[in-house]
Structure formats: C-alpha cells, structure tokens
Ligand binder design. Structure first.
Ligand SMILES: Cc1cc2nc3c(=O)[nH]c(=O)nc-3n(C[C@H](O)[C@H](O)[C@H](O)COP(=O)(O)OP(=O)(O)OC[C@H]3O[C@@H](n4cnc5c(N)ncnc54)[C@H](O)[C@@H]3O)c2cc1C
Length: 491
C-alpha cells in the first residue's frame, strides 16, 4: 500500500446545509430548496448515478482524497456520464438554489471539490483516445490512466505525478510534472476544452473559439468558469528515460539547497529534479528526478550537481526506465499494476483491486522567484528540524515552463525558479505548515500556485494570478455572471 508519505519519498509533485441541500444565495427561502421527490426526479433524468444520503455508496462517494474533509456531507453526488448530465445538474442547481461543486479527482488541498450541496462528479467521463498527435481525455480521467492509455500509443502528455489526481483540476490550474521542463505544463499542451457553462451551454474553447475561456482554462483554476467534460491535448512521443534518487545526510542540507537551487532551474530542459527536506521520522535530504535521455547523459549532469554540493551522496539510485514505468515510479506505484494504482472500490475512479489509501495532510506553498539567501536557507532548515513529521518539497521549474509569457496563459508564474511546498502528514500539522509559511514569507515573497490552494492565504488573488487577475475576473463575469460556481477564493 502506498500512502502520501510513500508517495513523497519518490516524488514531490504532490455551511449551513438546508435539510435537502445548501442554499446557493443568501436569502433563498428554505421552502425553495428541492424536496426528496425533486432529487429523485434529477436522478431519473441522469445517464449516470445520483447518490444520496442513505444510499449504500454514499459514504464512499462523498469522500475526497484528504481525510480532513470527511465531515462534509453533500446533499447528493451526481456521477455524470455525459455533458448533458452536467447540464441537467446545473439546471437543477439554478432552479432550486442549490450550491454546486465540480469534482474530478478530489485532490483539492482545501477540499473545495465537496460541499453541502450537489457535487457534480465527472469521473465517469474518463475515456482516453489518441489520433494524429492529439489525445482526447475525459475530464474525470485519473493521471495514471492517462499515462497508461496514451502509453499504449507511444505518446504522453506532461502532467503531475500523483496517480489519482484528476486531469480536470490539474489542467485547469496549470499542471506541474516531472517532464514539465522538457514539454511544458499540462495546460501548455491543452488545445481545446469542452465546458458546460453556468447557463447549461456546452461550448468548446480553443485558440479560435471562446478564446478568453480557453486562456482562463489554462491556469485560472478549477471550479471557476464551468464544468469541463473533456480536453484535447497535443502529445509528445515517449522514449526511455532515466530516474534517479540521491540522498545526503542532514549535515549537508544547507550545501544541498545552495547547490540545487543554482543548478536545477537552469539545467538542460531534459533534466527535471526536486529537493526534499524530510523530517519523517528522521531528517533526510533527497534530490530525485527524471532525465529524458540515457543514463550516461544523466550521470554527467548529476556529477555537476554533486560537485556543487561538495560531497558524495550517502546513497544513490540511478536507473534507466521505460517512460511508462518511470511514471509508475514517480507515482509511488512501481510494484503495482495500473489497476492497483487506484483507490479501492466500485465507484467511478476506483478499482476493485485498488491499493491506494487516502491521506490526512495540511499543506501551504510558495513560488520561488529568486534563490534563497543564506538566512533563508537557515530559516528553512530550522523549520524542517522542528519536531513533527513533515517535508519541504522544492520542484524545479524553468525550461519550457519559463519560455511562455506570464500573460500567455492564466498561469502567471513563468519566471519562477521552483515551487515550494510545506507538507505535514498528520492532524496537528497545520500549526507547522502555518509557522513555516510565515517564516519563509520574507524570503520567498507572496507568490502561490492555485493548484496548491490555501484557504488561509491573504492576498490570494494576486498571489495565484499576478497581473492576470483582472482578465480572469472579466472572463468570470462573461461566463458566470450570476456566480453559480462559487469558491471561497473564486476569481
Ligand atoms: C497527493 C497530491 C499530489 C499532487 N501532485 C501534483 C503534481 O504533481 N503537480 C501539480 O501540478 N499538482 C499536484 N497536486 C495538486 C493538484 O494539481 C490539485 O489539487 C488539483 O486541483 C487536483 O485536481 P483533482 O481533479 O484531483 O481535484 P478536485 O478536488 O476534484 O478539483 C480541484 C478543483 O477543480 C475543480 N474541478 C474539478 N473538476 C472540475 C471540472 N470537471 N471542471 C471544472 N472544475 C473542476 C474543483 O471544484 C476544485 O475546485 C497534487 C495534489 C495532491 C493531493
């Protein structure tokens, strides 16, 4: 079984309800909410399943990846099989003033793919097809399935490492992954998206159709503009790669941070790496990554890194791998089948032999636009050394990610050198993530990645979107003027 900790070891790239559903608008009279018969009618009108409290599957259907949100009890979860199902759900939400929440893989750090109203889950729309250099991917597909089904055609898309993350949330917020420096963010290879807008229309957005919605769908964040039902991506051919993990003792941590941050964002595009500072349970420094090339080329680049650190790693694992197996290694699923690399169960997105477990964690993040100065490194290592079980994860950016203009897509952090996550594994870890984020703010400044969404962030609009915030607000006003889709940090 892998849990989030095991996953982290191998990759970094990680109301009030009315009786029958939460009111959408304040002031909506309780009597305007749906009656049980109305919910039943909705269920009958869907091609997919509507799961309500009392149904045998309800307890499983309502839970998202982070167990911290297990207390949330939606009025219903609609597993939508088609865009028409989504349109039905949105009409129901508008008619009865029910809050509506979109869900794909359920990995929102803030739990914002569940809520007390109607959860519109796109998991049944998970088909993956390939033709002529393009992949069409249902919005409910999990990354492990995207990799494996495209791999059968000898192609892939750059995406994240967690196998059960949904392609919708990942793409709409950007999508950082182990080949991003070579091939870009997931949103950078998005050619078009099919989206059900708040008024129930099914539109395709691309560079030529609804171009503003297309721009906003590349980094503007999930849950803001409509419910995506499928994506068309430009693919790249897969090839053998090299995967590596190097460890140093904690006393070399400062040297490793200094060396890594001067090396990783500037390495050739084919080299992606991350730095983990772990206290889980003991202190450890790991630099791991993936090189799109052969072992010899990888070793040459790593020799430069080791020289910069100034001491040999205490352990070193470097292995050539097929592209598909490398994605399974990075997913923490190297000893599993693709089917096992899912959550167990019979609901859409789950498999009967799934072996992945959910996790309880709290996380905060920064986007680093400049290397940490000496005082910043001291502060960071001091936070990691504090008691508890936690990790700091630095993921290299640059390369292809940095060659797009900050306003070229809604994802603004094109000039960032790396992302930084403060990740605590247990209940109680929130105090550590809060303290660490505060301690590092003077060094990293105020920049954050919307896919590491943080309900406590002040100035979140500017932090997630930079100068793109105003254009995003205009797109929101055009496509959802009545704010059917509401997030506490909605654009
Ligand atoms: C263990 C772990 C590993 C991660 N690894 C990476 C990584 O390698 N790279 C990276 O960039 N990020 C990573 N993330 C962050 C991840 O990209 C975000 O949490 C992402 O939003 C998750 O997408 P989802 O579909 O799984 O989540 P969900 O919780 O289902 O959705 C996230 C947001 O998008 C909205 N949404 C969902 N479906 C739709 C839809 N069909 N249409 C419109 N809006 C929708 C939701 O309402 C919610 O606001 C990781 C997160 C976790 C927990």
């Amino acid at each position: 079984m892998i849990d989030r900790r095991a996953f982290l070891r191998v990759s970094a790239l990680a109301g009030t309800a009315l009786a029958s559903g939460a009111a959408l608008a304040s002031g909506t009279p309780a009597w305007a909410g749906p009656r049980p018969a109305d919910w039943s009618a909705l269920g009958r009108g869907l091609g997919g399943r509507l799961i309500r409290p009392g149904d045998a599957s309800y307890d499983s259907a309502r839970k998202v990846f982070n167990t911290a949100f297990d207390g949330t009890r939606p009025a219903a979860v609609a597993y939508c099989r088609t865009a028409a199902d989504v349109t039905e759900c949105l009409a129901f939400a508008r008619k009865y003033g029910v809050a509506v929440t979109s869900r794909s893989g359920g990995h929102s750090y803030a739990g914002w793919s569940t809520g007390p109203g109607l959860v519109v889950d796109v998991s049944p729309m998970n088909a993956v097809s390939y033709s002529g250099g393009r992949a069409t991917v249902g919005a409910g597909a999990r990354l492990v399935d995207v990799y494996s089904r495209l791999g059968a055609h000898g192609v892939s898309i750059p995406a994240g490492s967690c196998p059960t993350v949904g392609v919708a949330g990942l793409t709409l917020g950007g999508g950082i992954g182990v080949v991003s420096r070579k091939y870009g963010l997931t949103c950078d290879v998005l050619e078009s998206a099919r989206i059900v807008t708040a008024d129930g229309r099914v539109v395709t957005c691309s560079a030529t159709e609804h171009p503003d919605l297309y721009w906003a769908s590349r980094g503007g964040g999930g849950g803001n503009f409509g419910v995506a039902t499928s994506f068309t991506f430009r693919t790249h051919a897969t090839r053998d790669v090299t995967v590596f993990f190097l460890h140093w003792p904690w006393k070399k941590a400062a040297a490793a941070v200094r060396a890594w941050q001067a090396w990783a964002p500037y390495a050739p595009d084919a080299m992606w790496s991350n730095l983990h500072l772990n206290h889980d349970p003991s202190l450890d420094v790991q630099i791991g990554g993936l090189y799109v090339g052969d072992r010899a080329g990888c070793e040459r680049l790593l020799a430069d890194l080791v020289r910069r650190v100034g001491s040999d790693p205490s352990s070193r694992w470097i292995s050539p791998s097929s592209y598909g197996h490398a994605m399974m290694i990075m997913a923490g699923c190297s000893t599993m089948t693709v089917s096992q690399c899912h959550r167990p169960g019979s609901l859409p997105g789950q498999t009967s032999d799934g072996r992945l477990v959910r996790d309880a964690f709290s996380a905060k993040s920064h986007m680093a636009y400049a290397p940490l100065p000496a005082a910043g490194i001291t502060a960071l290592l001091g936070q990691v050394a504090a008691s508890g079980r936690h990790s700091v994860l630095l993921d290299a950016l640059g390369g292809a990610v940095g060659r797009i203009a900050p306003d070229g897509t809604a994802f603004p952090h094109r000039r960032a050198l790396f992302s930084v996550q403060y990740y605590a594994h247990q209940a109680g870890g929130a105090a550590w993530t809060r303290a660490t984020h505060a301690a590092m703010r003077p060094h990293f400044g105020d920049h954050a990645y919307v896919n590491y969404i943080d309900p406590e962030l002040t100035g979140w609009r500017r932090q997630y979107y930079g100068a793109n915030a105003e254009r995003l607000a205009r797109v929101k006003a055009a496509y959802d003027p009545d704010r059917l889709f509401r997030l506490p940090q909605g654009v």
